[in-house]
Write a protein that binds this ligand. Sequence first.
Ligand code: ATP
Length: 841
Amino acid sequence: MEKICVAVRVRPSANEEFVNGFSWKVESNRISLHGSDGTPISGVSFAFDHVFDQECSNARVYELLTKDIIDAAVEGFNGTAFAYGQTSSGKTFTMNGSENDPGIIHRAVKDIFAKIQKTSDREFLIRVSYMEIYNEDINDLFAVENQKLQIHESLERGVFVAGLREEIVNSADQVLNLIQLGEGIFGDTNMNARSSRSHTIFRMVIESKGKDNKCSNSSTSDDAIRVSVLNLVDLAGSERVAKTGAGGVRLKEGKHINKSLMILGNVINKLSEGGKLRGHIPYRDSKLTRILQPALGGNAKTSIICTVAPEEIHIEETRGTLQFASRAKRITNCVQLNEILTDAALLKRQKQEIEELRKKLQGSHAEVLEQQILKLRNDMLKYELEREKLAAELEEERRSHRERDHCIREQQMKIDNLSNLVTLSDSGRSSSHDGPKECLQDGSTNSHSVLQEDAFSTPSFKAVPNVFVANRSHYSTLPDCSPLPDTFGDFADEDTWMKMNKGYIPDLDSLHMTPARKVQSFPLTEDCSMETSSQEIDNLRRQLKLIIEERDEYQRKYAEQVSFNSQLTREISELQEEILQTQGIPQNLHETVTNCKDIYKDICSILQNFIADERSATAQILSTTSEVGTSLFSTLESHLSMAMNGDSPSHNDYSVREQCNMLHQKLSSIISSLVLSDASTLKDERNEESVYSSKIKGTLGSQIACWKEALQNEVKVIKQKYNDLEKELEANNLLLKVSEGKYHSLEREFHLLKEDRDAVLQRISSSSQMLAQITGQKERALKDLNTEVRRRKKLEEEVKQFSIAFAHRQTSIMSFHSDFKSILDTIKAQNLTSLSKSHGS
Ligand SMILES: Nc1ncnc2c1ncn2[C@@H]1O[C@H](COP(=O)(O)OP(=O)(O)OP(=O)(O)O)[C@@H](O)[C@H]1O
């Protein structure tokens, strides 16, 4: 286990004005905030592996932080270096550098090729790629047409970006030119400003293998291929959107950046918790964390440089960056040498072993009697036969193991596709256009097609003549004693990715991680095969656990969806009730107005009955008033019936007002004509009834004025009421329309949700079935493996016992031989003595 190396770099200050006098101070490997009086602010002091002050050069940063990673990458260890920090804090300056002081990428490329030059006993193949993640889309910086690339995952390759261009390179200058070309894509597409709002990942894949050495009889894995991946990452600025005050496109970009950096933070938080506390690590929540998965808690040497701005206005951002760096410091990775063991290496080892055994046997039989030699030879033959039988059985086991492995891979692909489908259905409503497409893509993808697709994406790979990739395909012509795939040449890339991304190798027959640089091979010893089996069992268990976790997650999401659906159904029924009530309002109003009209008419006729003279002024005023009132009520009625039919009465407003005015004028003219006629009548009758008439005149005048005023008031009130009712009606109509719109959209939403829910249900049930099947298969596979392990143990035990018996026999034969020899010697001596005695006598 190895801790991530974390460093902080303070860029030179752009503005020396410190309003409140706060400043950051760097002392050795510590950075702390100081107040205006120079005293340190408590709780704002952080220590890291390195803290680089404003004067520090890129050369020093590279030397202390990245050089080890680069050296290790050439030797076969994965490596990642990334720069994190707010905008304009110096990330790009650190990664890309300037003309006078080149950055980490430039220095890394130069160093890698310099180191390769010095490594005379190995040959290398280097591939490079360059991508950006902008608004959660992955774009190829070596091929402008490769936009919105998808991340895929397979057992062979782990997580990989499908369709990303990889260039085979053989000099530092070639790589630097390619990088310039990649950055040119920014320029060509007028995206210069965008570069600081996207994450860029420059990637080098370094493959190497030992050069042919016929004299070599070492038992180490000289023929093994090492494949390592180096990522150099320049992240987007980490400042908060709120602070930048951005809107529109900037806001969208800011949100994506914040989201992916937040997920990066979450991943780092979880990883920093360590042990069993950490639980599920959300690598899958963003493309950045998915791609950087091996660098974060996986199989890679990793360094993070956090760049900060020293200005006082950036104190909060700087503090946030330092806190992020502190958490990152707690992450540990498990770095392993990435090797692929070839058939040639396996064969060599077997031959060596057999030779050693032969030597041993020959040495021990030099002085054995002929018969015993023959017998021992017979035993040895038996032993060899037994060995051959075991080897054949082992081969058979390996074949079935390969088949099982293949089957498990296929199942894994299916699970991946299912996960993609369910993930798509989750995001289905927000991205309903992309969803089905992706779903189709994933659905139709199998391991073979993925391999093919990638073979097309790296066209220059096969075109390179006589490089060791081409040689490597010759391995398949060697005697078949290892499970090398037929299309090994095509598999080379996948192996790289698989090891890079997973941190373990699922195909244990052909690939082995060797932490202490010791290479283990499958068919060599029984211990190894047992270890392989138990590794595989562990892998299967891990996969099973992951599948169960995923299934639980789907079930949780489904439960959420169900409760959301029921809540929506409740809301819809409430709204329906509300709409029904609102729809009833005009009807009620209409009935009320009709009733009012009837009452009004009744009152008017009753009043008219009280008036004896139908031609009197009072009768005329009353009838006109009744007419005005009835006409107003009729207008109101017609408006209400129009509203009930869904027509808008607004176009009638003018005519209604006209009508009102006319009625008002009519009423006024009748009142004034009545006043005049009353006055003239009174004048004519003045002589006859002078006393009485003067009295009547006064009374009638004041009465008429009174009536006139009362009627005018009544008209005003009726008018007011009419206007109020009309307004109310309009508001109700508006409300009705809004409710109707809302109702329709809710209904549509409800149907969509229902469809979604049905689809999710269907998918969940089919994925549950699949899961059950896979679980069954895996359990059976586990059982088979356990049986196999037991059988192998038994065989091993038998071989041991046989060896012990063999050794016993050898010892007894040897002792018999020496006894026999000594007896013979004794007899010879006795014979000689008796012979000499007989001669003497
Ligand atoms: N250590 C340094 N020494 C000298 N100049 C620096 C240093 N760090 C940054 N600068 C300068 O500060 C400015 C901003 O730096 P840079 O563009 O690298 O920031 P960044 O963090 O990459 O911003 P972005 O998030 O926008 O990409 C540049 O002009 C750069 O030259």
